[in-house]
Design a binder for this molecule. Structure first.
Ligand code: XIL
Length: 388
């Protein structure tokens, strides 16, 4: 659902994953995907980092922003997480508190309590704040199906966007206005998902969302956010084409859209499927539309990698550095956010758990908030990035 490669893989690999885990040495991870065996071996990449500067400092030195997602439930009580975020991050994005189902869980009752707490945390610690997400087909409130119909949909849609965007006007660096509107499996020529809002309002719901948000907060950067198109597979290529077509349509109509968000939920064994040249070209195509690019939800799932923690961390770090060294070559990329900061709090524990039930290790800091090789990889990518 969020990243159907993970979902699909979990079903495919439940058995194979266990097989691969059982049948391999610590040195090599042989996994099967679509019938092609891929050897994922020990990486000998050097992850040396110069100095102790934080990710925030290293990004800022190149005119970039580094941040992370966090949620009120953990951040408000975990001082280790709070201190790490303050040290490492120049931007904060609420993991869920600004989604429709959280903010307007009860019809006509807007609850900004937790979002405001997070906004205050960010401003107190001189962090930029970004909103996620005004329009999505998921995390809709329970009353949606009961109440929303063809007659009242536009009013409810525009009222929600305007109310939430106005509430945070002046505080928001950028908003994910629409999230995950593409699903080529739904068979539309434009590749759009048969999302509830498309069924109620037609494909122009996307343009409408941006126009309402722009009127409510003329200063926030307005972003279209999308997932699962980072790899050199027919499916991801088709999704990239649909995304570019959508962006071109929006721009051709003068829609107030300022950027593309690339969620970047990467696969720990995805290296053989990442084509840096093709992805650079895609990024350049997006930039040629005059759009900025945000890496919005970066993490690297290790659900099918062997248990060996040192080797797993090395493979994960290599994925981070290979991907970021590619995307940061594109000057239109202005921000990198990981979807979480510490392995202690990651959505992947639920959405891409390991078959061996061991803790997943997708993020820059371990569960004790210590820097991992993934941190080194991100630091090196910032250090080696062209200055904006
Ligand atoms: C996820 C959160 O991290 C989870 O805690 C929640 O249960 C489901 O949503 N893409 C997105 C994010 O755009 O909103 C999703 O966040 C992860 C995938």
């Amino acid at each position: 659902m969020f990243n159907n490669r993970i979902t699909r893989r979990r079903s495919l690999w439940l058995g194979l994953g266990a097989l691969a885990t059982i049948g391999m040495s610590n040195k090599f991870i042989h996994t099967y995907y679509g019938g092609n065996m891929r050897a994922l071996g020990e990486t000998n990449q050097d992850f040396t980092v110069v100095g102790t500067a934080s990710l925030r400092q290293r990004a800022a030195a190149k005119g970039l922003i580094y941040g992370a997602a966090a949620n009120y439930e953990t951040l408000s009580v975990d001082t280790g997480l709070a201190n790490s975020l303050i040290q490492e991050c120049g931007m904060l994005v609420p993991e869920g508190e600004l989604k429709w189902g959280f903010v307007q869980g009860i019809r006509n009752q807007f609850d900004f309590t937790q979002g405001d707490w997070l906004a205050n945390f960010a401003s107190t610690h001189n962090m930029l704040f970004r909103g996620h997400t005004l329009v999505w087909h998921l995390v809709l409130p329970e009353w949606f199906d009961e109440i929303v119909n063809q007659q009242n949909a536009e009013g409810i849609f525009t009222e929600h966007i305007a109310t939430v965007t106005q509430h945070y006007a002046g505080q928001m660096h950028s908003w994910d206005v629409v999230n995950e509107a593409i699903d080529i499996d739904d068979g539309r020529a434009d590749g759009l998902r048969q999302a509830p809002w498309l069924q109620l309002l037609g494909p122009d719901y996307i343009e409408l969302a941006f126009r309402v948000a722009a009127e409510a907060d003329p200063n926030a950067l307005l972003v279209y956010n999308e997932t699962a198109f980072e790899y050199d597979t027919p499916r991801d290529e088709a999704r990239r084409i649909a995304i570019l077509n959508l962006l071109e349509r929006l721009k051709s109509r003068g829609t107030p859209i300022h950027g593309l968000g690339i969620q970047s939920h990467l696969l720990g064994d995805g290296k053989p499927y990442f084509n840096a040249q093709k992805f650079r070209q895609f990024l350049a195509d997006v930039a040629s539309l005059g759009l900025k690019i945000f890496i919005t939800e970066l993490d690297v799932t290790d659900d099918v990698l062997a248990f060996d923690i040192d080797n797993r961390d090395r493979i994960i770090a290599e994925v981070y550095e290979d991907y970021l060294s590619t995307v940061l070559d594109e000057p239109a990329v202005i921000a990198v956010l990981t979807w979480g900061l510490s392995d202690k709090v990651t959505w992947l524990s639920d959405y891409a758990p390991r078959a061996d039930s061991e803790a997943v290790r997708p993020l820059p800091l371990n569960s004790n908030f210590q820097r991992k090789l993934a941190w080194n990889a991100i630091a090196r990518a910032f250090d080696n990035a062209p200055t904006r």
